[in-house]
Design a protein around this ligand. Structure first.
Ligand code: ZN
Length: 473
Protein backbone atom coordinates (compact mmCIF):
# COMPACT_ATOMS: atom_id res chain seq x y z
CA UNK A 1 0.00 0.00 0.00
CA UNK A 2 1.18 3.45 -0.84
CA UNK A 3 0.31 5.48 2.10
CA UNK A 4 3.33 7.47 3.14
CA UNK A 5 1.81 10.65 1.77
CA UNK A 6 -1.28 9.92 3.80
CA UNK A 7 0.64 9.44 7.03
CA UNK A 8 2.41 12.74 6.44
CA UNK A 9 -0.90 14.39 5.78
CA UNK A 10 -2.36 13.04 9.01
CA UNK A 11 0.70 14.26 10.90
CA UNK A 12 0.07 17.69 9.42
CA UNK A 13 -3.53 17.59 10.52
CA UNK A 14 -2.51 16.65 14.03
CA UNK A 15 -0.18 19.60 14.27
CA UNK A 16 -2.97 21.78 13.00
CA UNK A 17 -5.33 20.37 15.57
CA UNK A 18 -3.20 21.81 18.34
CA UNK A 19 -4.05 25.31 17.14
CA UNK A 20 -6.31 27.40 19.38
CA UNK A 21 -10.02 26.89 19.09
CA UNK A 22 -11.80 29.06 16.60
CA UNK A 23 -13.52 32.15 17.70
CA UNK A 24 -16.98 31.63 16.34
CA UNK A 25 -20.42 33.04 16.40
CA UNK A 26 -21.80 30.73 19.06
CA UNK A 27 -24.98 30.34 17.07
CA UNK A 28 -27.07 27.28 17.76
CA UNK A 29 -26.51 24.31 15.54
CA UNK A 30 -29.28 23.73 13.04
CA UNK A 31 -30.80 20.36 13.77
CA UNK A 32 -30.03 17.45 11.54
CA UNK A 33 -33.10 15.35 10.75
CA UNK A 34 -33.48 12.35 12.99
CA UNK A 35 -31.90 9.33 11.38
CA UNK A 36 -33.50 6.60 13.35
CA UNK A 37 -36.87 5.63 14.56
CA UNK A 38 -36.26 3.54 17.62
CA UNK A 39 -34.94 5.71 20.40
CA UNK A 40 -33.55 3.48 23.09
CA UNK A 41 -34.84 4.69 26.42
CA UNK A 42 -31.34 4.81 27.82
CA UNK A 43 -30.57 7.61 25.41
CA UNK A 44 -33.20 9.97 26.61
CA UNK A 45 -31.15 13.00 27.41
CA UNK A 46 -31.23 16.31 29.14
CA UNK A 47 -31.62 19.67 27.52
CA UNK A 48 -30.13 21.59 30.35
CA UNK A 49 -26.53 21.65 29.16
CA UNK A 50 -25.76 24.69 27.08
CA UNK A 51 -22.18 25.62 27.80
CA UNK A 52 -19.51 24.70 25.29
CA UNK A 53 -16.87 23.63 27.73
CA UNK A 54 -17.00 21.85 31.00
CA UNK A 55 -14.40 23.34 33.26
CA UNK A 56 -14.56 20.45 35.71
CA UNK A 57 -11.54 18.54 34.58
CA UNK A 58 -11.97 16.01 37.36
CA UNK A 59 -14.98 14.48 35.71
CA UNK A 60 -14.47 11.34 33.77
CA UNK A 61 -15.70 11.00 30.24
CA UNK A 62 -16.44 7.54 28.91
CA UNK A 63 -13.35 5.44 28.46
CA UNK A 64 -12.07 4.43 25.11
CA UNK A 65 -12.93 0.78 24.48
CA UNK A 66 -9.56 -0.29 25.86
CA UNK A 67 -10.52 0.96 29.33
CA UNK A 68 -13.61 -0.99 30.16
CA UNK A 69 -14.78 -0.91 33.72
CA UNK A 70 -14.88 -4.64 34.08
CA UNK A 71 -11.61 -6.44 34.00
CA UNK A 72 -12.26 -9.70 32.18
CA UNK A 73 -10.22 -12.55 33.52
CA UNK A 74 -8.71 -15.02 31.11
CA UNK A 75 -9.36 -17.75 33.64
CA UNK A 76 -13.09 -17.12 33.69
CA UNK A 77 -14.72 -18.43 30.53
CA UNK A 78 -18.10 -17.09 31.59
CA UNK A 79 -16.83 -13.56 31.08
CA UNK A 80 -17.47 -12.47 27.56
CA UNK A 81 -15.05 -10.12 25.96
CA UNK A 82 -17.22 -7.32 24.73
CA UNK A 83 -14.41 -5.25 23.32
CA UNK A 84 -14.46 -4.13 19.75
CA UNK A 85 -13.38 -6.72 17.28
CA UNK A 86 -10.19 -5.77 15.64
CA UNK A 87 -9.86 -6.48 11.99
CA UNK A 88 -7.16 -6.20 9.36
CA UNK A 89 -6.44 -2.75 8.04
CA UNK A 90 -8.82 -1.25 5.53
CA UNK A 91 -7.92 -2.11 1.97
CA UNK A 92 -8.97 0.97 0.04
CA UNK A 93 -9.33 0.79 -3.68
CA UNK A 94 -6.25 2.39 -5.12
CA UNK A 95 -7.23 2.13 -8.77
CA UNK A 96 -6.71 5.84 -9.16
CA UNK A 97 -3.51 6.26 -7.22
CA UNK A 98 -0.36 7.37 -8.90
CA UNK A 99 2.47 4.86 -9.40
CA UNK A 100 4.95 7.52 -8.32
CA UNK A 101 3.71 7.49 -4.73
CA UNK A 102 6.21 6.27 -2.17
CA UNK A 103 5.60 2.81 -0.75
CA UNK A 104 4.75 2.91 2.94
CA UNK A 105 4.29 0.24 5.57
CA UNK A 106 0.83 -1.24 5.91
CA UNK A 107 -0.83 0.41 8.86
CA UNK A 108 -2.66 -1.64 11.46
CA UNK A 109 -6.31 -0.69 11.63
CA UNK A 110 -6.08 0.73 15.11
CA UNK A 111 -3.37 3.13 14.01
CA UNK A 112 -5.74 4.89 11.60
CA UNK A 113 -7.11 6.87 14.45
CA UNK A 114 -5.96 6.59 18.02
CA UNK A 115 -6.81 8.47 21.16
CA UNK A 116 -3.28 9.83 21.16
CA UNK A 117 -4.15 11.66 17.94
CA UNK A 118 -6.14 14.13 20.00
CA UNK A 119 -4.07 16.83 21.71
CA UNK A 120 -4.30 16.87 25.52
CA UNK A 121 -7.11 14.31 25.50
CA UNK A 122 -6.43 13.17 29.06
CA UNK A 123 -6.89 16.69 30.39
CA UNK A 124 -9.88 17.48 28.19
CA UNK A 125 -11.85 14.22 28.43
CA UNK A 126 -14.95 15.91 29.77
CA UNK A 127 -14.75 19.04 27.62
CA UNK A 128 -17.36 19.45 24.97
CA UNK A 129 -15.93 19.09 21.49
CA UNK A 130 -16.92 21.77 19.01
CA UNK A 131 -17.74 21.43 15.33
CA UNK A 132 -14.39 22.85 14.30
CA UNK A 133 -12.33 20.31 16.22
CA UNK A 134 -14.60 17.36 15.45
CA UNK A 135 -14.31 18.15 11.73
CA UNK A 136 -10.56 17.69 11.87
CA UNK A 137 -10.81 14.24 13.39
CA UNK A 138 -13.55 13.15 11.03
CA UNK A 139 -11.41 14.18 8.08
CA UNK A 140 -8.52 12.24 9.57
CA UNK A 141 -10.74 9.19 10.02
CA UNK A 142 -12.00 9.43 6.44
CA UNK A 143 -8.46 9.57 5.10
CA UNK A 144 -7.46 6.62 7.21
CA UNK A 145 -10.36 4.55 5.94
CA UNK A 146 -10.11 5.48 2.26
CA UNK A 147 -6.53 6.50 1.67
CA UNK A 148 -7.49 9.84 0.20
CA UNK A 149 -8.61 13.20 1.55
CA UNK A 150 -12.17 14.38 1.65
CA UNK A 151 -13.49 15.83 -1.58
CA UNK A 152 -13.81 19.58 -1.41
CA UNK A 153 -16.57 20.04 -3.98
CA UNK A 154 -17.20 23.45 -5.44
CA UNK A 155 -17.99 25.30 -2.24
CA UNK A 156 -16.38 28.56 -1.38
CA UNK A 157 -15.31 29.34 2.17
CA UNK A 158 -17.93 30.97 4.33
CA UNK A 159 -16.74 33.83 6.49
CA UNK A 160 -16.11 31.76 9.59
CA UNK A 161 -14.05 29.02 7.93
CA UNK A 162 -10.32 29.72 7.74
CA UNK A 163 -8.76 29.13 4.34
CA UNK A 164 -6.84 26.06 5.55
CA UNK A 165 -9.94 24.15 6.65
CA UNK A 166 -10.62 21.99 3.60
CA UNK A 167 -11.91 19.34 6.00
CA UNK A 168 -14.99 21.43 6.76
CA UNK A 169 -15.78 21.94 3.09
CA UNK A 170 -15.15 18.25 2.53
CA UNK A 171 -17.68 17.24 5.15
CA UNK A 172 -20.08 19.70 3.62
CA UNK A 173 -19.49 18.26 0.14
CA UNK A 174 -20.40 14.83 1.50
CA UNK A 175 -23.62 16.28 2.84
CA UNK A 176 -22.57 15.73 6.45
CA UNK A 177 -22.12 19.30 7.65
CA UNK A 178 -24.63 21.94 6.75
CA UNK A 179 -24.06 25.63 6.35
CA UNK A 180 -26.10 27.38 9.02
CA UNK A 181 -28.97 29.70 8.32
CA UNK A 182 -26.68 32.70 8.73
CA UNK A 183 -24.22 31.37 6.17
CA UNK A 184 -21.59 30.22 8.69
CA UNK A 185 -20.60 26.80 10.02
CA UNK A 186 -20.85 27.82 13.67
CA UNK A 187 -17.52 26.16 14.30
CA UNK A 188 -17.48 26.65 18.04
CA UNK A 189 -20.92 25.17 18.62
CA UNK A 190 -21.16 21.86 20.43
CA UNK A 191 -22.03 18.61 18.67
CA UNK A 192 -24.99 16.60 19.96
CA UNK A 193 -24.89 12.83 20.21
CA UNK A 194 -27.37 12.67 17.36
CA UNK A 195 -25.19 14.79 15.09
CA UNK A 196 -22.13 12.76 16.03
CA UNK A 197 -23.89 9.50 15.11
CA UNK A 198 -24.99 10.99 11.78
CA UNK A 199 -21.45 12.17 11.04
CA UNK A 200 -19.57 9.01 12.00
CA UNK A 201 -22.09 6.79 10.19
CA UNK A 202 -21.81 9.12 7.19
CA UNK A 203 -18.03 8.78 7.15
CA UNK A 204 -18.22 4.98 7.36
CA UNK A 205 -20.82 4.60 4.61
CA UNK A 206 -19.11 7.12 2.34
CA UNK A 207 -15.77 5.41 2.81
CA UNK A 208 -17.34 2.01 2.27
CA UNK A 209 -20.83 2.14 0.71
CA UNK A 210 -21.12 -1.64 1.17
CA UNK A 211 -21.72 -0.97 4.85
CA UNK A 212 -24.98 0.79 4.13
CA UNK A 213 -28.06 -1.35 4.44
CA UNK A 214 -31.57 -0.07 4.01
CA UNK A 215 -32.57 -1.37 7.40
CA UNK A 216 -29.78 0.50 9.16
CA UNK A 217 -30.15 3.58 11.20
CA UNK A 218 -27.03 5.42 12.26
CA UNK A 219 -27.63 4.74 15.92
CA UNK A 220 -28.48 1.06 15.48
CA UNK A 221 -25.43 0.53 13.27
CA UNK A 222 -23.07 2.23 15.71
CA UNK A 223 -24.56 0.35 18.66
CA UNK A 224 -24.32 -3.01 16.94
CA UNK A 225 -20.70 -2.43 16.04
CA UNK A 226 -19.78 -1.26 19.53
CA UNK A 227 -18.95 2.24 18.27
CA UNK A 228 -21.61 4.12 20.22
CA UNK A 229 -20.34 4.98 23.73
CA UNK A 230 -22.71 3.60 26.30
CA UNK A 231 -24.32 6.38 28.28
CA UNK A 232 -24.11 8.96 25.50
CA UNK A 233 -27.48 10.55 24.95
CA UNK A 234 -28.77 11.75 21.61
CA UNK A 235 -29.48 15.24 22.80
CA UNK A 236 -26.56 16.12 25.06
CA UNK A 237 -23.35 17.60 23.68
CA UNK A 238 -20.55 15.21 22.85
CA UNK A 239 -17.49 15.35 25.08
CA UNK A 240 -14.01 15.00 23.68
CA UNK A 241 -13.69 11.67 25.51
CA UNK A 242 -16.84 10.36 23.89
CA UNK A 243 -15.69 11.61 20.49
CA UNK A 244 -12.37 9.84 20.94
CA UNK A 245 -14.11 6.62 21.95
CA UNK A 246 -16.32 6.72 18.84
CA UNK A 247 -13.54 7.56 16.40
CA UNK A 248 -11.13 4.99 17.81
CA UNK A 249 -13.80 2.30 17.82
CA UNK A 250 -14.67 3.13 14.22
CA UNK A 251 -11.07 2.83 13.12
CA UNK A 252 -10.63 -0.40 15.04
CA UNK A 253 -13.77 -1.96 13.61
CA UNK A 254 -12.79 -1.14 10.00
CA UNK A 255 -13.20 -2.62 7.50
CA UNK A 256 -15.45 -5.31 8.91
CA UNK A 257 -18.04 -3.59 11.03
CA UNK A 258 -19.15 -6.84 12.58
CA UNK A 259 -21.62 -6.65 15.42
CA UNK A 260 -20.08 -7.11 18.84
CA UNK A 261 -21.47 -10.06 20.81
CA UNK A 262 -22.67 -7.96 23.72
CA UNK A 263 -25.09 -7.54 25.38
CA UNK A 264 -25.69 -11.25 25.44
CA UNK A 265 -28.91 -12.52 23.99
CA UNK A 266 -29.06 -15.77 25.95
CA UNK A 267 -30.25 -16.14 29.50
CA UNK A 268 -27.79 -14.20 31.61
CA UNK A 269 -27.64 -13.46 35.31
CA UNK A 270 -25.66 -10.64 36.87
CA UNK A 271 -25.01 -11.31 40.56
CA UNK A 272 -24.40 -8.00 42.30
CA UNK A 273 -23.21 -7.38 45.85
CA UNK A 274 -23.55 -3.93 47.39
CA UNK A 275 -21.98 -1.92 50.21
CA UNK A 276 -18.79 -2.28 52.22
CA UNK A 277 -16.55 -5.32 52.22
CA UNK A 278 -16.54 -7.66 55.22
CA UNK A 279 -15.71 -11.23 56.19
CA UNK A 280 -18.75 -12.17 54.09
CA UNK A 281 -16.97 -10.82 51.02
CA UNK A 282 -14.29 -13.47 51.51
CA UNK A 283 -16.90 -16.23 51.64
CA UNK A 284 -18.63 -14.81 48.56
CA UNK A 285 -15.36 -14.60 46.61
CA UNK A 286 -14.45 -18.16 47.62
CA UNK A 287 -17.82 -19.42 46.40
CA UNK A 288 -17.62 -17.52 43.11
CA UNK A 289 -14.16 -18.95 42.57
CA UNK A 290 -15.27 -22.48 43.34
CA UNK A 291 -18.10 -22.24 40.78
CA UNK A 292 -16.03 -20.23 38.28
CA UNK A 293 -18.62 -17.50 37.91
CA UNK A 294 -18.11 -13.72 37.83
CA UNK A 295 -20.06 -11.11 39.80
CA UNK A 296 -20.23 -7.36 40.26
CA UNK A 297 -19.43 -5.53 43.50
CA UNK A 298 -20.81 -2.04 44.07
CA UNK A 299 -18.66 -0.90 46.94
CA UNK A 300 -18.91 1.92 49.38
CA UNK A 301 -16.50 3.52 51.84
CA UNK A 302 -12.93 2.44 52.36
CA UNK A 303 -13.38 -1.12 51.16
CA UNK A 304 -10.61 -3.56 52.03
CA UNK A 305 -7.93 -2.96 49.37
CA UNK A 306 -6.80 -6.60 49.40
CA UNK A 307 -10.36 -7.73 48.71
CA UNK A 308 -10.80 -5.14 45.95
CA UNK A 309 -7.63 -6.35 44.31
CA UNK A 310 -8.78 -9.94 44.65
CA UNK A 311 -12.09 -9.07 42.96
CA UNK A 312 -10.19 -7.45 40.14
CA UNK A 313 -7.73 -10.34 39.79
CA UNK A 314 -10.52 -12.92 39.74
CA UNK A 315 -12.43 -11.25 36.93
CA UNK A 316 -15.21 -9.53 38.84
CA UNK A 317 -16.46 -6.05 38.07
CA UNK A 318 -16.26 -3.24 40.61
CA UNK A 319 -18.58 -0.25 40.69
CA UNK A 320 -19.00 2.95 42.68
CA UNK A 321 -21.77 2.97 45.32
CA UNK A 322 -20.62 6.33 46.83
CA UNK A 323 -18.24 6.90 49.73
CA UNK A 324 -20.67 7.70 52.52
CA UNK A 325 -23.92 6.01 51.40
CA UNK A 326 -25.53 8.71 53.52
CA UNK A 327 -28.79 9.77 51.86
CA UNK A 328 -28.99 13.04 53.79
CA UNK A 329 -25.55 13.94 52.52
CA UNK A 330 -25.41 12.66 48.94
CA UNK A 331 -28.96 13.54 47.87
CA UNK A 332 -28.78 17.13 49.07
CA UNK A 333 -27.71 18.40 45.66
CA UNK A 334 -25.98 17.28 42.47
CA UNK A 335 -22.78 18.92 43.70
CA UNK A 336 -22.96 17.13 47.06
CA UNK A 337 -23.53 13.82 45.31
CA UNK A 338 -20.55 14.19 43.01
CA UNK A 339 -18.27 15.31 45.79
CA UNK A 340 -18.98 12.11 47.69
CA UNK A 341 -19.00 10.00 44.53
CA UNK A 342 -15.66 11.43 43.41
CA UNK A 343 -14.15 10.63 46.79
CA UNK A 344 -15.08 6.97 46.33
CA UNK A 345 -13.85 7.00 42.76
CA UNK A 346 -10.50 8.44 43.83
CA UNK A 347 -10.19 5.78 46.51
CA UNK A 348 -11.08 2.95 44.11
CA UNK A 349 -8.69 4.33 41.50
CA UNK A 350 -5.87 4.42 44.07
CA UNK A 351 -6.40 0.71 44.79
CA UNK A 352 -7.40 -0.61 41.37
CA UNK A 353 -5.47 1.63 39.01
CA UNK A 354 -8.54 2.53 36.99
CA UNK A 355 -11.70 4.57 37.50
CA UNK A 356 -14.81 2.41 37.56
CA UNK A 357 -17.52 3.67 35.24
CA UNK A 358 -20.34 1.48 36.54
CA UNK A 359 -22.50 2.89 39.30
CA UNK A 360 -25.26 1.84 41.65
CA UNK A 361 -27.11 4.61 43.43
CA UNK A 362 -27.77 4.02 47.13
CA UNK A 363 -31.45 3.19 47.51
CA UNK A 364 -31.80 2.76 43.75
CA UNK A 365 -32.12 5.45 41.08
CA UNK A 366 -35.82 5.91 41.80
CA UNK A 367 -35.61 6.17 45.57
CA UNK A 368 -38.02 8.68 47.03
CA UNK A 369 -36.28 9.36 50.33
CA UNK A 370 -33.90 11.62 48.37
CA UNK A 371 -36.75 14.09 47.76
CA UNK A 372 -36.65 15.03 51.41
CA UNK A 373 -33.06 16.25 51.02
CA UNK A 374 -32.73 17.43 47.42
CA UNK A 375 -36.24 18.03 46.13
CA UNK A 376 -38.47 16.17 43.70
CA UNK A 377 -36.10 16.17 40.74
CA UNK A 378 -32.82 15.35 42.48
CA UNK A 379 -32.59 11.76 41.16
CA UNK A 380 -33.33 12.88 37.61
CA UNK A 381 -30.63 15.50 37.89
CA UNK A 382 -28.06 13.10 39.32
CA UNK A 383 -28.74 10.32 36.81
CA UNK A 384 -28.61 12.77 33.89
CA UNK A 385 -25.29 14.11 35.11
CA UNK A 386 -23.91 10.58 35.58
CA UNK A 387 -24.73 9.75 31.97
CA UNK A 388 -23.36 13.05 30.76
CA UNK A 389 -20.09 12.31 32.50
CA UNK A 390 -19.89 8.92 30.82
CA UNK A 391 -20.96 6.60 33.63
CA UNK A 392 -23.60 3.89 33.45
CA UNK A 393 -25.80 3.00 36.40
CA UNK A 394 -28.05 0.07 37.02
CA UNK A 395 -30.64 -1.00 39.53
CA UNK A 396 -31.92 -4.59 39.68
CA UNK A 397 -34.84 -6.79 38.71
CA UNK A 398 -34.38 -9.51 41.31
CA UNK A 399 -33.41 -9.21 44.95
CA UNK A 400 -32.36 -11.24 47.96
CA UNK A 401 -34.31 -8.85 50.20
CA UNK A 402 -31.36 -9.01 52.57
CA UNK A 403 -31.11 -5.26 53.15
CA UNK A 404 -33.58 -5.00 55.98
CA UNK A 405 -32.44 -5.58 59.53
CA UNK A 406 -34.47 -8.73 60.09
CA UNK A 407 -32.53 -11.94 60.03
CA UNK A 408 -33.15 -14.40 57.24
CA UNK A 409 -32.06 -17.97 56.73
CA UNK A 410 -30.08 -18.89 53.60
CA UNK A 411 -33.19 -20.73 52.37
CA UNK A 412 -35.27 -17.57 52.71
CA UNK A 413 -32.65 -15.58 50.80
CA UNK A 414 -32.64 -18.09 47.96
CA UNK A 415 -36.43 -18.13 47.93
CA UNK A 416 -36.54 -14.33 47.77
CA UNK A 417 -34.20 -14.29 44.78
CA UNK A 418 -36.16 -16.85 42.76
CA UNK A 419 -39.52 -15.41 43.67
CA UNK A 420 -38.42 -12.22 41.92
CA UNK A 421 -36.63 -13.72 38.89
CA UNK A 422 -39.76 -14.66 36.96
CA UNK A 423 -39.16 -15.69 33.36
CA UNK A 424 -36.63 -12.96 32.63
CA UNK A 425 -33.73 -13.74 30.33
CA UNK A 426 -31.62 -10.91 31.78
CA UNK A 427 -31.54 -10.96 35.56
CA UNK A 428 -29.71 -8.51 37.81
CA UNK A 429 -29.79 -9.79 41.39
CA UNK A 430 -29.36 -7.36 44.26
CA UNK A 431 -27.54 -8.81 47.27
CA UNK A 432 -25.33 -7.38 50.00
CA UNK A 433 -21.84 -8.23 51.19
CA UNK A 434 -21.47 -6.15 54.33
CA UNK A 435 -21.27 -7.32 57.88
CA UNK A 436 -24.43 -9.08 59.03
CA UNK A 437 -25.14 -10.66 55.64
CA UNK A 438 -23.85 -14.09 56.61
CA UNK A 439 -27.03 -15.71 55.31
CA UNK A 440 -26.52 -14.15 51.89
CA UNK A 441 -23.00 -15.54 51.70
CA UNK A 442 -24.28 -18.91 52.86
CA UNK A 443 -27.12 -18.88 50.30
CA UNK A 444 -24.85 -18.16 47.34
CA UNK A 445 -23.92 -21.75 46.36
CA UNK A 446 -27.60 -22.69 46.16
CA UNK A 447 -28.41 -19.54 44.17
CA UNK A 448 -25.63 -20.22 41.66
CA UNK A 449 -26.67 -23.86 41.26
CA UNK A 450 -30.29 -22.91 40.67
CA UNK A 451 -29.39 -20.34 38.00
CA UNK A 452 -27.14 -22.92 36.36
CA UNK A 453 -29.94 -25.48 36.44
CA UNK A 454 -32.21 -22.95 34.76
CA UNK A 455 -29.68 -22.46 31.93
CA UNK A 456 -28.31 -19.03 32.80
CA UNK A 457 -24.81 -17.86 32.01
CA UNK A 458 -23.09 -15.45 34.40
CA UNK A 459 -21.75 -12.07 33.39
CA UNK A 460 -20.64 -8.80 34.91
CA UNK A 461 -22.15 -5.34 34.67
CA UNK A 462 -20.16 -3.18 32.25
CA UNK A 463 -20.48 -0.25 29.88
CA UNK A 464 -21.77 -2.70 27.29
CA UNK A 465 -23.80 -5.12 29.41
CA UNK A 466 -27.51 -5.32 30.02
CA UNK A 467 -28.56 -2.62 32.49
CA UNK A 468 -31.79 -2.20 34.39
CA UNK A 469 -32.22 1.43 35.44
CA UNK A 470 -35.51 2.12 37.25
CA UNK A 471 -35.24 5.77 36.32
CA UNK A 472 -34.01 7.24 33.04
CA UNK A 473 -33.48 10.99 33.01
ZN1 ZN B 1 -26.25 0.16 49.39
Amino acid sequence: MKRLWMILLIAGLLLGAAAPAFAGTGLPVVGIPSLWTNHHTAFAGTDSITTTEDADTKTVAPPAPAAQSAAPSPSSPALEDSSIQTAPAAQPDHAGSSPSEAVAEEKPAEAIFSASSIPALDQRQSFYIDRGEFSRYLAQLYEGLTGHPLPTGSLTYPDDVPADRADILGLCALGLWEVQADGTFALNSTVTGEEAAHLVYGIITTADPMQKKDSDTALAFLQQCGIWPNGLSLTTPLTLGQAAAMLCATAKAAPDYAPVPSPPTGKTVYLTFDDGTSANTVTILDTLKAYGVPATFFVTGQADPALLQRMQAEGHAIGNHTASHDYAKIYQSVEAFFEDFQQEEDYLASVLGYRPTIVRLPGGSNNTVSKKYGGDTIMKEITAELLRRGYVYTDWNSEAKDASGKSMTPEQIQQAVFSTVGNRDQVIVLMHQNQGKESTAAALPGIIEEFQARGYQFDVISDHSYLHPFLTP
